[in-house]
Ligand binder design. Structure first.
Ligand SMILES: *[C@@H]1O[C@H](CO)[C@@H](O)[C@H](O)[C@H]1NC(C)=O
Ligand SMILES: *[C@@H]1O[C@H](CO)[C@@H](O)[C@H](O)[C@H]1NC(C)=O
Ligand SMILES: *[C@@H]1O[C@H](CO)[C@@H](O)[C@H](O)[C@H]1NC(C)=O
Ligand SMILES: *[C@@H]1O[C@H](CO)[C@@H](O)[C@H](O)[C@H]1NC(C)=O
Ligand SMILES: *[C@@H]1O[C@H](CO)[C@@H](O)[C@H](O)[C@H]1NC(C)=O
Ligand SMILES: *[C@@H]1O[C@H](CO)[C@@H](O)[C@H](O)[C@H]1NC(C)=O
Ligand SMILES: *[C@@H]1O[C@H](CO)[C@@H](O)[C@H](O)[C@H]1NC(C)=O
Ligand SMILES: *[C@@H]1O[C@H](CO)[C@@H](O)[C@H](O)[C@H]1NC(C)=O
Ligand SMILES: *[C@@H]1O[C@H](CO)[C@@H](O)[C@H](O)[C@H]1NC(C)=O
Ligand SMILES: *[C@@H]1O[C@H](CO)[C@@H](O)[C@H](O)[C@H]1NC(C)=O
Ligand SMILES: *[C@@H]1O[C@H](CO)[C@@H](O)[C@H](O)[C@H]1NC(C)=O
Ligand SMILES: *[C@@H]1O[C@H](CO)[C@@H](O)[C@H](O)[C@H]1NC(C)=O
Length: 786
């Protein structure tokens, strides 16, 4: 590759620095046919470097490599190396992405390349300290050590690199004081030290960095008051102080009158007080990120008269009162507005229609009410979740031009039939109408938009009738939630086309259907919830190939399912056979290939009585099988023992017979096991007592016999977990011990219900959405449990 580029992506704005390393060299070689222009000392230093890092031919992410570094060719022609055309001195070395995977030694050949001007060792898996020998490289103008695992302090010899203009140390584990580490680097134009551990101190006396254009210190441990002196630097274009511990009020009193500030992020700090009106003197300000602070005051109307502003994020602060955009002009460039998680009141003002370029609007959880102005239906991403909106105003827009890609109306007070005009949104990827009072049928016209849809959530409404056959072209659908409605009939056969379905929840309806064998053709199915319907017939049918490779959660409880399982039944459930599930990896993969509106999170409300589960632990690798309250019979398949990642297993209230499979003892992650209310016989396998994560077991109401095994896991169970097994003995100790009432509050709540019915109880599972992408920045995905 001839042109290297280093990109910073921040909230949709991408700044790209191009380094024309090899390109310039290429021109030189054409011009001069001499072969050995390379200085021998420089060549030897390079070969030393190659020697220090053996095995670097095995990298994946880079176009650079050291394969071409050998004595039979001019070192100036080597990959990643650029020489000065006249002197033959090596002036640039770009090893970014090469897996060096070592500590840089103080006597590395690198420090003999003392004419280096540009050095990039980004993403090289470097660890250990930064050696002070960098002081030898006093000609450096650009140093990129980002995305490594470098630790400890920046050596004071950095003060020797007085020509340094670009310094990138982001994404390491560096610490130390800003005022010590960088004080003498006053020529700096770009300084990015984000996501390190730079120490709790303020940023004082910044005015001497008079060339600074970019300062990114986000994700460190800075504290102290607002760094007023920073804004005296006129060249400054981009400042990110986000994710630190800054406090106090925002203060632009001493700002440069010729400021070029374009992007300002103060997000995720503890700033308070109002936004000073003087901010409107930044005539070039395009982005203002104040998310997640304690900024208060009435609505900052003055912001919305700044024609340069394109993005305003005030989410998660303490603004109060009505939203008021003043007499904003229609020449406003505002395209992204996030006001979520504040305490506004009243309605969305009609003047919002003046923002003709508005593409994304997030008003989630802002205590707003009334009608949603119809003009908002033309924007790309509209999030109105968790408010009291009740309807839409008239729209003068022509809806079939709608560009809407993301439309979230969940948890409001909408009622009445499904809004049919949604079927005109041909670009819609995410539709969430859940937790409202919509009623009537789910319309056929959805078929017109299911081709693009990735998430469809209609859960917890009053929709009735059948789920129409609208999925013929729904090949992109990842998540479908129609839970807790009054739907009936069969599941539509066209669901078979949903190749990429990951999450399917139809819980709490009146579906009456056989277990659909076409689930087997959804290779990525991760969560399947059919709970509380009238599904019937067997889960397993001969000759039907079902292999739930990615399945992590299945809940078919409270149905009329029946039948026996072959012993190999679980053998292809690969996701659960691993202790380190691939789910996260898979999600990352998906992000890389473009999720325009960002990840949604899957939220499952589970209640498992008496189980003191650490949330942190279950979040990432939660796995569960719930077959309870059906009519399954026969042996519990031995292959259950293959699911080593399984944490919750509920087979209660069925008609399983024969012995408890010994292989259950192989499930080393198991936390909850409920086999109660079956017809199991034989002894309880003693090895179950060795499952160290096990917190709740229930064997009540079976025909088990013999002794209750010793071992703490058994002895700490409630007496009722073994009840009604006439031939089981050894209960006395356990019953005596657990007679003491347990003080845990979640147990106190439900004393009135019979104990054995509550070991695992899914309340609900639903799709919810994480903060997702706000203007191109992936905030993260998570499995969220409440
Ligand atoms: C060094 O990096 C700077 C800034 O990225 C760039 O402008 C310059 O062309 C580079 N010089 C060489 C020799 O690669
Ligand atoms: C040296 O590198 C060149 C290409 O850069 C390659 O063709 C040659 O085989 C290499 N020689 C040795 C001895 O590795
Ligand atoms: C780095 O080296 C260690 C051994 O020193 C090895 O275990 C590890 O796999 C290497 N990592 C990479 C990414 O090459
Ligand atoms: C620093 O550069 C000098 C040449 O100027 C060289 O002799 C010395 O070895 C270098 N120091 C290190 C630590 O590489
Ligand atoms: C700083 O650079 C000079 C040459 O420019 C060199 O003599 C000196 O040793 C360097 N200091 C450190 C601490 O590396
Ligand atoms: C900064 O420069 C001053 C004067 O040149 C020098 O005394 C001081 O030691 C330097 N500080 C650092 C941290 O390099
Ligand atoms: C933030 O600063 C406060 C004092 O202002 C301190 O109590 C708290 O521990 C700091 N938090 C972090 C994460 O550094
Ligand atoms: C603003 O600048 C004046 C004069 O340069 C200085 O006296 C004052 O302390 C500065 N105020 C703040 C808050 O930095
Ligand atoms: C808000 O900012 C704090 C740091 O001040 C951080 O710890 C927390 O995770 C942030 N919350 C969200 C929801 O981003
Ligand atoms: C949209 O759906 C309706 C109802 O199913 C249908 O009559 C209409 O033709 C569809 N429009 C397009 C453009 O496919
Ligand atoms: C499905 O998509 C194909 C091709 O995009 C189209 O021809 C067909 O009409 C679509 N079917 C439905 C029911 O929308
Ligand atoms: C259970 O583990 C044992 C020992 O690791 C192994 O021999 C046995 O095949 C496993 N059984 C099942 C069903 O996985």
């Amino acid at each position: 590759m001839m042109i290297r580029s280093q990109s910073y992506s921040f909230s949709g704005i991408v700044v790209t620095l191009n380094f024309f390393f090899l390109f310039s060299f290429f021109l030189h070689t054409l011009a001069s046919p001499t072969l050995h222009r390379c200085r021998h000392d420089q060549r030897d230093a390079l070969l030393e470097i190659k020697h220090e890092f053996p095995g670097t031919d095995m990298y994946v992410w880079s176009d650079n490599d050291m394969k071409s570094w050998n004595k039979s060719s001019d070192c100036c022609s080597w990959e990643a190396v650029t020489c000065d055309a006249k002197s033959g001195q090596v002036i640039s070395l770009d090893l970014s992405g090469v897996t060096l995977n070592k500590t840089l030694k103080p006597n590395s050949g690198l420090f003999k390349l003392q004419f280096l001007q540009n050095l990039s060792l980004s993403s090289c898996h470097l660890h250990g300290e930064i050696p002070s020998s960098f002081g030898n490289l006093s000609h450096l103008t650009m140093l990129d050590l980002s995305f490594n695992r470098l630790v400890d302090q920046v050596p004071s010899s950095f003060g020797n690199m007085t020509k340094l203009r670009y310094l990138l140390l982001d994404e390491n584990k560096l610490s130390g004081k800003f005022s010590v580490s960088f004080a003498n680097l006053t020529k700096l134009i770009h300084l990015d030290i984000s996501n390190n551990y730079f120490e709790p101190e303020g940023l004082h006396d910044m005015s001497r960095f008079h060339n600074l254009e970019l300062l990114i210190v986000s994700g460190n441990l800075f504290s102290g008051l607002f760094p007023t002196s920073l804004f005296t630097i006129p060249s400054l274009g981009w400042v990110d102080l986000g994710g630190n511990n800054f406090t106090g009020s925002i203060d632009f009193r001493n700002m440069s009158v010729s400021s070029r500030l374009q992007i300002l992020s103060l997000a995720d700090n503890k700033f308070d007080g109002p936004i000073p009106e003087s901010i409107s003197k930044f005539l070039n300000l395009e982005e203002l990120h104040l998310r997640n602070n304690s900024v208060s005051g009435p609505f900052p109307t003055f912001l919305f008269t700044m024609p340069s502003l394109q993005l305003v994020n005030l989410a998660r602060n303490q603004f109060k009162g009505p939203i008021d955009f003043g007499n904003t002009s229609s020449s406003s460039n505002l395209s992204v507005l996030n006001l979520a998680d504040n305490n506004f009141d009243g309605q969305i003002p009609e003047s919002i229609s003046k923002f003709l370029k508005l593409r994304k609007l997030d008003l989630s959880n802002t205590k707003l009410e009334g009608k949603v102005p119809g003009c908002l239906l033309r924007i790309r991403s509209l999030k109105l979740s968790h408010n009291s909106f009740s309807g839409f105003g008239k729209s003068s827009e022509v809806l079939d031009q709608a560009k809407m890609g993301e439309f979230r109306l969940d948890s409001n007070s909408f009622r009445g039939p499904f809004p049919h005009w949604i079927c005109e949104f041909r670009s819609l990827q995410i539709l969430d109408l859940s937790n409202n009072s919509f009623n009537g049928s789910i319309p056929q016209c959805l078929r017109n938009i299911t081709y693009v849809l990735q998430v469809l959530n209609l859960g917890n409404n009053n929709f009735s009738g059948i789920l129409p056959d609208v999925f013929v072209n729904a090949t992109n659908l990842n998540a479908l939630d129609v839970s807790r409605n009054r739907l009936e009939g069969k599941l539509p056969k066209t669901l078979i086309n949903c190749m990429y379905m990951e999450f399917l929840n139809v819980e709490g309806n009146k579906f009456k259907d056989k277990f659909p064998s076409w689930f087997g053709s959804m290779p990525f199915l991760n969560v399947l919830i059919l709970r509380s319907n009238q599904f019937y017939g067997p889960l397993y049918q001969d000759h039907v190939y079902i292999e739930f490779q990615y399945l992590k959660v299945i809940d078919v409880s409270h149905n009329d399912l029946s039948g026996a399982f072959p012993t190999f039944y679980f053998s292809n459930w690969f996701e659960m056979t691993t202790l380190n599930p691939r789910y996260d990896t898979y999600m990352e993969y998906r992000f890389m290939y473009g999720y325009q509106y960002g990840p949604y999170s899957i939220s499952m409300e589970i209640m498992h009585k008496g189980v003191d589960t650490e949330f942190e632990k279950i979040r990432k690798d939660f796995t569960s099988i719930d077959f309870s309250r059906n009519k399954f019979y026969g042996k519990i398949p031995e292959s259950i023992g293959l699911l080593k990642g399984l944490r919750f297993l509920n087979l209660s209230s069925n008609a399983f017979t024969s012995n408890i499979p010994q292989s259950l003892a192989n499930l080393t992650n198991l936390e909850v096991l409920d086999l109660s209310q079956n017809q199991l016989s034989g002894q309880i396998p003693r090895d179950l007592g060795e499952l160290s994560f096990m917190s709740t077991m229930n064997f009540a109401h079976n025909n088990l016999e013999g002794p209750i095994p010793r071992g703490t896991q058994f002895q700490s169970q409630n007496c009722s977990s073994f009840m009604d097994n006439p031939k089981l003995y050894g209960l006395d100790d356990i019953c005596r011990k657990t007679h003491v009432p347990n003080p845990r509050p979640q147990e106190v709540e439900e004393v009135s219900e019979p104990e054995e019915e509550q070991v695992i109880n899914w309340i609900a599972a639903a799709i919810a959405y994480g903060p997702g992408v706000f203007c191109g920045l992936v905030i993260g995905h998570y499995l969220h449990f409440t």
